[in-house]
Design a protein around this ligand. Structure first.
Ligand SMILES: [Zn+2]
Ligand SMILES: [Zn+2]
Length: 435
């Protein structure tokens, strides 16, 4: 920039000095029809002609005073061309044009500067957002792990307290026995002393008198150290036992779901324990219910969620075609509707055994290594987020950030079975750990 300014200044200076060089010393203006004298000085042809007019004899150069015998001069075409150029570049129109271009250039620079300032502001805002969201997530992660640590610490304290009580009890028992034994030793020593004194002092003393002085002491049982001082529960697989207890304390833990038979499409058969749903070609007899799907082969779970976080798992095995996710309570069950968030469905969909997509509009195809056999669904009602996981390794498959408002139900569709798929492979099972 500095270089540019410097070069512009020197360019301007150059034009000024050139203009001076191309100025006639007589009329002090740019040469008109410039001519050169033998002394190499230039003048306008009309100026020098006028200057010499009326001079009969030898003439002189008005600049250096050199004398010439005749009024001779020569047209200099090179200087003529240069004068024309200088005249053109210093004309009002040309200057206005240059000024206009400069103004335009200036405006364009200002606009570009404004754009870059906005870009800098946006970048800084984005950085602030990244830092803020990062800090929030950090706090969230710390909170989640703190809760886990708390469960472990509480459990550890509880087990250690049990151990302390048992130890205290065992020590108390031995302490009491010890005291009794020590008391017995002292009494025995007293008896021994009485017997020894009696035996030394007189041989006439009746045995009965002596024995009456002896103290009758309690018969003390011999306390044996038991092979298991403490109960054997401390030698159990502590980590596994604690993990099982911990599993039941997880928030959210695994929601044990059951199918709501009243919502099932008439061609869906539900197992007696309401955890398995199978699509059949036939239609089962059904009771009319406002909750029932009559057009699409769908079914909901009985458990609805409106707030908080919930997680459940669905076993789909190698079933080639299924839909699952969550559905708003308000969905229309009597007509065929596209499964999109706009119509109240947040779903993951499988087709042809390996084509997995998120139920967006249009579908978002997911590139997965292997199709999931078991799908985890995480509903965060407060943050309006619905996420799907491959429950075998808990890798994230897809996450809707525009989740539902209001009450939703876990949603499933075993879909209509292809002829080649055996009905035994066509089930959807609600997965629940029995710990
Ligand atoms: Zn002149
Ligand atoms: Zn001269």
């Amino acid at each position: 920039m500095l270089f540019l300014e410097t070069s512009k200044v020197s360019q301007h200076e150059g034009v000024c000095s050139l203009r001076e060089d191309l100025t006639c010393a007589i009329c002090c203006d740019l040469f008109r029809e410039p001519v050169m004298l033998a002394c190499l000085h230039h003048f306008c042809k009309p100026c020098i002609t006028q200057y010499w007019r009326g001079t009969p004899g030898p003439v002189s150069c008005p600049q250096c005073r050199k004398e010439f015998s005749s009024k001779h001069f020569q047209t200099n075409y090179l200087v003529t061309a240069m004068v024309e150029k200088i005249r053109a570049t210093t004309s009002d129109a040309h200057i206005k044009n240059v000024e206009k271009k400069l103004r335009e250039e200036l405006e364009s620079h200002c606009l570009r500067k404004e754009e870059f300032i906005n870009s800098v502001r946006r970048d800084k805002d984005t950085m602030d957002t990244i830092k803020r969201v990062g800090a929030e997530l950090q706090a969230h992660i710390r909170g989640e792990f703190r809760a886990l640590h708390q469960i472990l610490q509480d459990e550890e304290a509880c087990v250690l307290e049990q151990l302390r009580k048992e130890q205290e009890e065992e020590l108390g028992k031995v302490q009491r026995h010890l005291q009794a034994a020590e008391w017995a030793v002292r009494e025995l020593e007293d008896n021994i002393s009485v017997l020894q004194q009696t035996s030394a002092a007189t041989e006439n003393t009746l045995l009965t008198e002596v024995t009456s002085q002896l103290i009758v002491f309690v018969k003390l049982s011999i306390l044996r150290v038991p092979s298991n001082i403490f109960s054997s529960k401390y030698m159990a697989p502590l980590q596994y036992i604690t993990w099982r207890k911990m599993f039941n304390s997880l928030k959210p833990g695994l929601s044990p779901l059951t199918f709501d038979v009243d919502t099932a499409h008439p061609s869906i058969h539900v197992s007696r324990d309401k955890t398995v749903a199978v699509e059949w070609n036939a239609t089962f007899p059904y009771t009319d219910h406002s909750k029932r799907f009559l057009q699409c082969v769908n079914i909901l779970a009985s458990q609805g969620f409106q707030s908080g976080q919930h997680y459940w798992e669905v076993e789909v095995g190698s079933k080639p075609k299924w839909d699952l996710g969550v559905a708003s309570e308000a969905i229309d069950r009597r007509t065929k509707i596209k499964l999109t968030p706009e119509s109240g469905y947040w779903t993951l969909r499988m087709r042809n055994g390996n084509e997995c997509s998120a139920g967006t509009q249009p579908w978002t195809r997911l590139e997965l290594g292997a199709p999931p056999q078991r799908v985890g669904v995480y509903l965060d009602s407060d943050k309006r987020r619905v996420s799907f996981y491959n429950a075998d390794d808990m890798s994230l498959l897809y996450s809707f950030s525009n989740g539902p408002r209001g009450r939703v139900f876990p949603f499933f569709s075993p879909c209509i079975r292809n002829q080649e798929t055996h009905y035994k492979k066509n089930y959807i099972r609600l997965f629940g750990f029995e710990l």
